[in-house]
Write a protein that binds this ligand. Structure first.
Ligand code: AMP
Length: 305
């Protein structure tokens, strides 16, 4: 089978109409391209659960602020296709901006309070853009299951809220964070981390590891765990902490006591590059998949929930 490269909404809708009757389960993996192992892990998971796979590649201008890096965002369509080829997906949907936002486009979603904290506070309007494009992609592709990465934890919470609030007929499957060998969470933006900052970038995964060790050793006071995480950051002057918090995964409200399924969220800057990471707390012998289950108990394991 060869992968179809579709760039128009009408052709994408025609594909769905044709594929739906024969598909047991249709998957959508939304991405902004510049693909790496993190994205590919979502595609592999989709292939286990679903028999028709659509990967979208769309650098969504609506989720970038005016002072942000939309023009500089990495784009590598040929390499993306190369990486996807062995995975044998059915469709790569790569629409232009004007396909998604044609002249006269005016309707945006407001994802409410959870979109105003953390990333939403630093990037006003970001989740409005995310929610709007996810709803549009979902209406165009009509997937049974859509796959997202835990890496963007707040995004997952916003999208799960959107699906629930608007009764969208799609399951949301969340996949664990894929990391570089040294622990740095993979991200398309990592290419912009300067060589001299690359080591400093490890402070994120290191401080999360420290937090996990403390909790496994019996510390449940979230404030004490956070204090230790901040101390780790203080020791790395090349990284500026944007926020460190431990929250309830359902509400994103900061908590006082760590519990299984609660999550530490981190964001920092290395020069001009923003990097995010997070960790779900779970029992000592747990796995990232099981910890995801603790954070999102309604996500059935293995079938997207
Ligand atoms: P992006 O292209 O950055 O918008 O990411 C597309 C999807 O891939 C999102 O659901 C991300 O959360 C997910 N993703 C990005 N990086 C990773 C990673 N390191 N591990 C797992 N999923 C990831």
């Amino acid at each position: 089978m060869s992968t179809r490269w579709i760039t128009t909404v009408s052709e994408m809708k025609a594909f769905t109409a044709e594929a739906r009757p024969r598909a047991k389960s249709l998957a959508l993996v939304p991405t902004m391209g510049a693909l790496h192992e993190g994205h590919l892990s979502l595609v592999r998971r989709a292939k286990i659960q679903c028999d028709v796979i659509v990967v979208s590649i769309f650098v969504n201008p609506a989720q970038f602020g005016p002072a942000e890096d939309l023009a500089r965002y990495p784009r590598s369509p040929e390499k993306d296709l190369e990486l996807l080829r062995p995975l044998d997906v059915d469709v790569v949907f790569a629409p232009s901006n004007s396909e998604i936002y044609p002249p006269g486009f005016a309707t945006f979603l407001d994802p409410g309070q959870i979109a105003t904290v953390f990333e939403g506070a630093i990037r006003p309007g970001h989740f409005r853009g995310v929610a709007t494009v996810v709803l549009k992609l979902s209406n165009i592709v009509r997937p049974d299951v859509a796959f997202f990465g835990q890496k963007d934890f707040q995004q997952v919470v916003v999208i799960r809220r959107l699906v629930k609030d608007l009764n969208l007929p799609v399951q949301i499957a969340v996949c664990p964070i894929v990391r570089e060998a040294d622990g740095l969470a993979k991200s398309s933006r990592n290419v912009y981390v300067k060589a001299e900052d690359r080591k400093a970038a490890l402070v994120l995964s290191y401080s999360l590891k420290r937090a996990e060790e403390m909790v496994h050793a019996g510390e449940a006071d979230a404030h004490k765990v956070l204090e230790e995480m901040r101390k780790t950051f203080d020791a790395e002057p090349r990284a500026q902490l944007d926020y460190a918090t431990i929250v309830n995964p359902a509400t994103l409200e900061p908590i006082d006591r760590v519990f299984p399924g609660s999550v530490a969220l981190l964001a920092a800057r290395l020069g001009r590059v923003r990097v995010l990471d997070n960790l779900i707390f779970g029992p000592q012998d747990s796995t990232p998949e099981r910890n995801l289950q603790l954070a999102f108990p309604d996500q059935a394991s293995g079938d997207g929930g």
